[in-house]
Design a protein around this ligand. Structure first.
Ligand SMILES: [Zn+2]
Length: 832
């Protein structure tokens, strides 16, 4: 096209650019919304099309790519006036809350961010968003045009494209040509693992605060650039439930502001109007609470916004239409109309209070800076000897835009000790990490670091404890006064490695997950590694058990590559390496000693498929592929009988039930006896418990459980929680002389989500166990509390020449429990 024509083309385009000639989703897609599930690329195409048709009102931000290569986009819709200064609005908003230097240069309108389809098989919302986008640019819709006068709308049409397409492809493939509403039809029974999760089968609606997944990381980056005043997250629940909208259920976190609580009611009022008018059923104030900080409603709330969850009845089972228990048929178009109405109700609610919302948002951040919430104003995390853990933690804080500093010199202080669980005096030493609540994100700091979460009600949807000092295994204190300390950067640097000639060996100590990464990376490159069973000293440095010893003599075949591989890996991971020209130590065993063992580079596999928890499997898969970069073979459970087990050294069983997969178990047992190692996690331990030939035994229930009890029917839900552990923290005693305990300081804080109930092992090693008084914080029901006393958590049993590692607790839960990754790494590489 010639230039002049191009100009005319654009001119005409702008002149007529409005919804009158913007195609509806039906016209664009070529089918009626609700008659099939749209693939992700079609949804993105429609957004791009609407943006091209309405260039003065719609702008698309490409903010990333999923693991499977699908685009992540954010769609901004505003009046032409606001769109022309969109970036000024964005920066002025950040300036008004202290997250960007300078003063706002324009009045900030309300900024509302609506997120769709975070759970991939809750697929209705990405259909509904196309209708929402269309109506926002529809000039004849006075409701949406009024909203835009004081509100900038940001739409994320699909947070989890990989999960969505996994669902849409499956559904479109198996469904009858015209739908079949019979609940037992194939189209209502998704195969393993279902579309809910992302590529690595993590739940993206549990990952906002922990930032372990690619979609969370990329989204938070752009979220931080906007800091919206409202965030709504669109979900689905089972098909027999109607619709859920706020106000949310209790418990609320104590730090939700009065305004945020009030707005929960407002949202309810606006939704009620639509739902009552159409005779649609709904509920509010039940099930979906505001506590765990890593959801799409709580994370925004603790960052100053109004956060909310919507739940439509339907989900992965519902398909295009499904017969419900009440005799009605639930259709996809019906579900679309609900999420569409809730989207509009949300925008109307914020638009009706735009000025007040912005004002309250600014106030939230001002209070954080000047008079933050909480008893404790500073958190001190001890750095010495734990530099790698501190670095991993600050990496997370950076993603969350949380400021921190390092103590510049020694001083005395007093505060609550996370390990002693009481007030005490302590020394602040140079380079200790100090995080103050006096900062824009002060409320969130308080929530992530508080030693104990205040629970106004114990009936909650998720875990009740998450203190980051425990998650990272760092000694920590909380002080009531704000500590003023100096350095924005740690002055602690890893000494430069000095190498003379060709060293006899390289040595590194072993105490954190970074060391596991170093170990696995060099093992993956074929380097042979040794480790010591007894502590030793060399060149003035002390090395505890389990240090990494890499002798040239086992690696001569590598030639000069040997030094390069080790030095590069150490440099990349900040490992403090010692290069030595002798194999003789000053105290302890020399490197040729029988107590200095050679490690294998193990061939590792994990079982997936029916019976295995998708997320637990995903945690293992992600650990190997994305965290330590070590090869792993994924085996589909139903093919287990055909697997040549002699080609494997380690078999990982994530949480799940394995009776069907292993059949009579003979092949598995034979392989272990011949030298194989099984790592059985959480529910997978159940396969071995109380079975002949295995050492794991459940405790006998001593309570009179067969005796009938008098109880009230309508308190049954509350009764049942006395059996539960709702994500509580316990201190595990660890035998640090056993390879499974190497690198720990003799204790480990775990996040319990089910009561463990195992006796200490008789013929084997009780490496991690709970005693009478190991409870630290979080909700545990009374009956569960009793079970958790004197219980095995981590154990190792010999079987012939092989081993079984029992991990009753999942040490890599949701990929965020940092200190557990060391234990898991030990199970894979060090237990021999
Ligand atoms: Zn959901």
């Amino acid at each position: 096209m010639k230039k002049v024509h191009l100009f005319i083309f654009f001119f005409i385009n702008i002149l007529f650019a409005n919804a009158q000639n913007t195609k509806t989703p039906d016209e664009f897609l070529g089918y009626k919304l609700g008659t099939k599930f749209s693939f992700h690329h079609r949804i993105v195409d429609y957004a791009r099309y609407v943006a091209a048709q309405n260039p003065t009102q719609v702008k698309i931000f490409d903010y990333g790519t999923t693991f499977e290569g699908r685009p992540l986009v954010l769609v901004a819709v505003a009046t032409p006036e606001n769109l022309s200064k969109l970036d000024e609005i964005r920066t002025s908003n950040l300036k008004s809350i202290g997250l960007l230097e300078g003063k706002p240069t324009t009045k900030v309108p309300a900024i509302a961010w609506l997120s769709y389809n975070v759970h991939g098989n809750e697929a209705v919302s990405s259909e509904a968003v196309m209708q929402v986008l269309y109506e926002l640019v529809n000039k004849s819709n006075s409701t949406t045009q009024n909203i835009l006068k004081n509100t900038v709308v940001l739409l994320d049409p699909c947070i989890n494209p990989d999960g969505r397409d996994r669902y849409a492809q499956w559904y479109n493939r198996v469904s009858n040509q015209s739908f079949n509403a019979t609940p037992f039809a194939v189209e209502h029974n998704e195969p393993w693992p279902g579309g809910r999760f992302n590529h690595y089968l993590f739940d993206p609606n549990r990952d906002w605060a922990w930032q372990t997944q690619e979609i969370s990381q990329q989204r938070l980056k752009i979220y931080n650039q906007w800091m919206p005043h409202l965030h709504a997250d669109f979900h689905e629940m089972g098909p027999n439930s109607p619709y859920y909208f706020p106000p949310s259920a209790r418990p609320y976190h104590e730090d939700l502001t009065a305004w945020q609580r009030e707005f929960q009611q407002t949202i309810g009022e606006y939704n009620k109007k639509y739902f009552d008018k159409n005779y649609w059923l709904y509920f509010s104030k039940e099930n979906y609470d505001l506590l765990y900080p890593s959801y799409g409603d709580t994370y925004p709330s603790y960052n100053g916004a109004i956060g909310m969850t919507y739940e439509q009845g339907g989900g992965g089972r519902a398909g295009i239409a499904i017969a419900k228990e009440d005799g009605d048929t639930l259709t996809l178009s019906y579900r679309i109309s609900h999420h569409f109405s809730a989207s509009l109700a949300t925008l109307e609610a914020i638009s009706s209070r735009a000025d007040k919302t912005v004002e309250e948002f600014v106030k939230f951040f001002e209070r954080n800076k000047n008079n933050p919430v909480g008893t404790y104003k500073s958190f001190v995390l001890k750095s010495k000897g734990n530099e790698a853990k501190v670095k991993a933690l600050t990496g997370l804080l950076d993603k969350l835009q949380i400021n921190y500093s390092y103590a510049s010199k020694e001083s005395s202080a007093s505060g609550f000790g996370y390990q002693s669980l009481k007030d005490e005096s302590f020394k602040v030493e140079a380079n200790d990490l100090v995080i103050s609540t006096h900062q824009p994100k002060g409320t969130f700091v308080k929530i992530l670091f508080e030693p104990k979460t205040t629970l106004e009600d114990s009936l909650t949807y998720d875990i009740t404890a998450w203190g980051l000092p425990y998650a990272y295994g760092l000694k920590a204190f909380a002080t009531k006064e704000k500590l003023s300390v100096g350095n924005p950067q740690s002055s602690n640097t890893i000494p430069v490695l000095t190498v003379e000639g060709k060293p006899y060996a390289y040595v590194a100590s072993y105490s954190s997950f970074e060391d596991v990464k170093f170990l696995s990376q060099i093992l993956a490159k074929g380097i042979k590694v040794r480790f010591n069973e007894n502590p030793f000293e060399m060149s003035g440095r002390k090395f505890d058990v389990g240090s990494i010893i890499i002798t040239r003599t086992n690696n001569l075949r590598m030639g000069d590559e040997f030094d390069k591989i080790i030095q590069t890996a150490a440099k990349n991971l900040n490992i403090n390496l010692l290069a030595t020209n002798s194999g003789m130590v000053s105290t302890g065993n020399d490197f040729g000693s029988g107590s200095v063992n050679v490690l294998k580079n193990p061939r590792v596999a994990v079982i997936s498929g029916d019976g295995v928890s998708p997320t637990a499997f995903g945690e293992v898969w992600h650990f190997f592929e994305q965290q330590i970069n070590y090869p792993i073979t994924v085996i589909e459970g139903s093919t287990f009988g055909r697997v040549p087990l002699d080609q494997l050294d380690v078999l990982i069983l994530a949480d799940g039930s394995y009776d069907r997969i292993f059949g009579n178990g003979d092949a598995l047992k034979k392989w272990i006896q011949g030298g194989g190692k099984v790592i059985a996690m959480e529910g997978a331990t159940g396969y071995f418990a109380d079975k002949d030939g295995f050492g794991l035994k459940r405790k006998k229930d001593s309570s009179d459980k067969d005796k009938p009890e008098l109880k009230t029917y309508n308190t049954r839900e509350r009764e049942s929680i006395s059996e539960q552990v709702v994500g509580a923290i316990y201190k595990v005693d660890i035998d640090k002389t056993h390879p499974l305990g190497y690198g720990t300081d003799g204790s480990y804080y775990l996040l319990a989500r089910d009561p463990y109930n195992f006796e200490y092992i008789k013929d084997g090693w009780n490496v991690g166990y709970l005693k009478d008084n190991s409870y630290v914080t979080g909700f545990v029901g009374q009956k569960a509390k009793d079970k958790m006393k004197n219980t095995l958590v981590f154990g190792v049993q010999d079987l012939g020449r092989g081993k079984i590692v029992y991990l009753a607790d999942d040490p890599i839960f949701r990929g965020f429990w940092y200190s557990g990754k060391l234990i898991f790494g030990n199970a894979v590489f060090l237990v021999y």
